[in-house]
Design a binder for this molecule. Structure first.
Ligand code: GLN
Length: 541
C-alpha cells in the first residue's frame, strides 16, 4: 500500500516548502524506500511555460518535455525517483481535463461542480503516482493555506484519508516562526493561526516544521504543540542554514524527522545511509579555492530565474572544492557600461537561456569579451545562439548576422526557426522540448568532459543554428561538435584556440545533482580554476 505525505505551507510564501519536501524525499530514499514526488500548483495557467521568470522563476523541464515548477528541480537534485507529467498539476490542467470530460459527455445528466468533480480529478492526479512498487508519494501543495485558489486542493487532500485510511496519510505543515527584534523573542502566533485555518478546513497536521532564523528551543515548540494539537516531538524547528541549502536534510535528521514519519506511517525501513552525503557537506563547508563566474542575463535581480544554473555551478564547485562567487551581470547594464567594466577579472563567463530581444547585444558583447580575452565561456541555449551570432559578426565579418527571433530581415540569419516550428501558433507547450539524443565528436572538449560520445540532454527552444552556414563556421574556427544523431541539428559548438569555450543548445543545468555534478559544469569550473590559479596575483582583485 502506497502511503501519502502532504506538505502544506502557512503564514507566508517562499518558506522553502519545495526544499523541505525534497529533503524529506531524500531522507526516506536513503532509508531504502521508493519515493515519488509531486507538486500541485493552484494557478490557472496549464503550466508555467508561458509565465515570465519575474512571476514564476525558472521553468524546469523534465525528460518527457513537461514544463514544470522550479520545485521539481529541487526534487531532482535531492532525490532519484523519476519525474514526469504526473509530477506537476495545476488548476488549469485539472479544469481542462474536467471540461474535456464534460464535452465528451462523461458526466451526462449531472451538474459538474468543484466538489466532487474537480476534487475527484485532483485526487485521481495524486493517486496516479501510487503503485505497488512505490512506498511513499510526497505531494507538495503550492501557495499558502488561506489562499482562495488553493481551497479545492486542500479539500481533495482532506478527503484522501477517508478513501485510503488515515493510517496511510500524513499531513506536514510548514510555517514561519518570526523573530521580533523589538520584543527580543520568537513569536508563535502566526503558526497558531495558520494551523487553525487548516483545522477549519478539516485538516489536522501531524507534523509541523517551523522555519526560523535562529533556534527557538523547546519552550516555543512545546507551546506550538499545545495550541496546535500536535505531539511535542512532532513540532520541528528548521533553522536557516548558514552555508548551503544542501544542509537542510541534515537539520531534519537531527530532529529525527525521518524516524517520526516512518513510525507515523507504520512502515518498515532500513537504516539511514548518509555517509557520502556527510562527506559532501564537509566539502561544501570547507572549500579550498574560489572562482568568480559572471552570469550575464536579463533576470539577474531575481534569484529564482536562473535557479538550476546557480545550483549547477555550486555542484561543480563542490567537486573541485571550490567556492563559486557568482557575479550577476545585467545584460542591459553591460550594454551601457561596456564588457570590460563589468567582466574584467572574472574567471569564467556564462550566458544562460532566454527569450526576446532585451539585453541581447549585452550578451553578445559578453561572449566577445570571453573569446578575445581567453576567459572560459559556457553558453547555454540562448547563450549558444549569442555565441554563434558574435562569432559570425566579429570573426567571419558578417556584420548584420543575427537570429531571426530578433531581426526577421537580417541578411545573415545564422540562427533561424527550427523547421518543425513553422506554422506553430500556440505558445503553450509547443517548443522543441525534453530529452533528445546528441552525438559528440571525438576530440571535442564536450566529449572529454562527458567521457562518452552519446548523451541525452533536455531542450526548450524554437530556434536553431542555421545549417546553411555550417561550412563557413568550421572554416573560421567554430565547430559543431555535437549534433542530433542524423546530423541535422547542431547541439554543441566549440571554438578552437581558446582555454575553454563550449556552447550548447540544450539545458545541462537540469541534470546536475550536488553529488553528481554535470560534466560540462565540472569542466567549465575546472577551466576557470586554472585561469584563476595562473593569473598574476595583483590581477586577482
Ligand atoms: N529564444 C531561443 C529559442 O527559442 C532560446 C531559448 C532558450 O534559451 N531556452 O530558441
Amino acid at each position: 500500500m502506497t502511503r501519502h505525505i502532504f506538505v502544506t505551507g502557512g503564514v507566508v510564501s517562499s518558506l522553502g516548502k519545495g526544499l523541505t519536501s525534497a529533503s524529506i524525499g531524500m531522507l526516506l530514499e536513503r532509508r531504502g524506500l521508493t519515493v515519488r514526488m509531486q507538486k500541485l500548483d493552484p494557478y490557472i495557467n496549464v503550466d508555467p511555460g508561458t509565465m515570465s521568470p519575474y512571476q514564476h522563476g525558472e521553468v524546469y523541464v523534465l525528460d518527457d518535455g513537461s514544463e514544470t515548477d522550479l520545485d521539481l528541480g529541487h526534487y531532482e537534485r535531492f532525490t532519484t525517483g523519476k519525474l514526469n507529467r504526473d509530477s506537476n498539476y495545476t488548476t488549469g490542467q485539472i479544469y481542462q481535463t474536467v471540461i474535456n470530460k464534460e464535452r465528451r459527455g462523461e458526466y451526462l445528466g449531472r451538474t459538474v461542480q468543484v466538489v466532487p468533480h474537480i476534487t475527484d480529478e485532483i485526487k485521481a492526479s495524486i493517486r496516479r503516482l501510487a503503485s505497488p512498487d512505490v512506498d511513499v508519494v510526497i505531494t507538495e501543495l503550492g501557495g499558502t493555506v488561506g489562499d482562495i485558489e488553493g481551497l479545492p486542493f486542500l479539500e481533495a487532500i482532506r478527503q484522501i484519508p477517508l478513501d485510503i485510511g488515515k493510517q496511510n496519510c500524513l499531513f506536514i505543515h510548514l510555517t514561519l516562526v518570526p523573530y521580533l527584534k523589538a520584543a527580543g523573542e520568537a513569536k508563535t502566533k502566526p503558526t497558531q493561526h495558520s494551523v487553525q485555518q487548516l483545522r477549519t478546513i478539516g485538516i489536522q497536521p501531524d507534523i509541523l516544521v517551523c522555519r526560523t532564523e535562529r533556534p527557538i528551543g523547546t519552550e516555543h515548540t512545546d507551546k506550538i504543540a499545545l495550541f496546535c494539537n500536535v505531539e511535542k516531538r512532532a513540532v520541528i524547528e528548521e533553522v536557516d542554514k548558514e552555508f548551503s541549502i544542501y544542509e537542510v536534510p541534515m537539520g531534519l535528521v537531527e530532529h529525527r524527522l525521518d524516524e517520526l514519519i516512518i513510525e507515523k506511517l507504520g512502515m518498515e525501513a532500513g537504516e539511514l545511509d548518509l555517509e557520502d552525503y556527510r562527506e559532501l557537506i564537509h566539502r561544501i563547508r570547507n572549500p579550498r579555492h574560489e572562482v568568480t563566474i559572471a552570469v550575464v542575463g536579463k533576470y539577474i535581480d531575481h534569484t529564482d530565474a536562473y535557479k538550476s544554473i546557480y545550483e549547477s555551478l555550486d555542484h561543480a564547485g563542490f567537486a573541485h572544492s571550490t567556492r563559486i562567487i557568482v557575479k550577476r551581470v545585467e545584460a542591459e547594464d553591460l550594454e551601457r557600461r561596456g564588457a570590460a567594466a563589468l567582466l574584467q577579472g572574472v574567471d569564467g563567463i556564462l550566458v544562460p537561456g532566454g527569450f526576446g530581444m532585451r539585453g541581447i547585444e549585452g550578451k553578445i558583447q559578453a561572449v566577445q569579451f570571453a573569446r578575445e580575452n581567453n576567459v572560459p565561456y559556457f553558453g547555454i541555449c540562448l547563450g549558444m545562439q549569442c555565441a554563434v551570432i558574435e562569432f559570425a559578426r566579429n570573426v567571419m565579418g558578417l556584420a548584420d548576422a543575427n537570429s531571426s527571433e530578433f531581426a526577421g530581415d537580417t541578411q545573415h540569419p545564422v540562427i533561424c526557426l527550427l523547421e518543425e516550428q513553422t506554422g506553430v501558433e500556440n505558445k503553450g507547450g509547443t517548443m522543441r522540448l525534453g530529452s533528445q539524443p546528441c552525438v559528440l565528436s571525438e576530440g571535442s572538449r564536450a566529449m572529454a568532459a562527458y567521457g562518452t560520445a552519446n548523451v541525452n540532454e533536455r531542450h526548450r527552444h524554437r530556434y536553431e543554428f542555421n545549417a546553411q552556414y555550417r561550412e563557413k563556421f568550421v572554416h573560421a574556427g567554430m565547430n559543431p561538435v555535437g549534433t542530433s544523431p542524423d546530423g541535422t541539428l547542431v547541439e554543441v559548438m566549440e571554438v578552437d584556440d581558446h582555454p575553454w569555450y563550449v556552447a550548447v543548445q540544450y539545458h545541462p543545468e537540469f541534470k546536475s545533482q550536488p553529488n553528481r555534478p554535470h560534466p560540462l559544469f565540472t569542466g567549465f569550473i575546472g577551466a576557470a580554476l586554472l585561469i584563476r590559479q595562473n593569473r598574476p596575483k595583483q590581477l586577482v582583485e
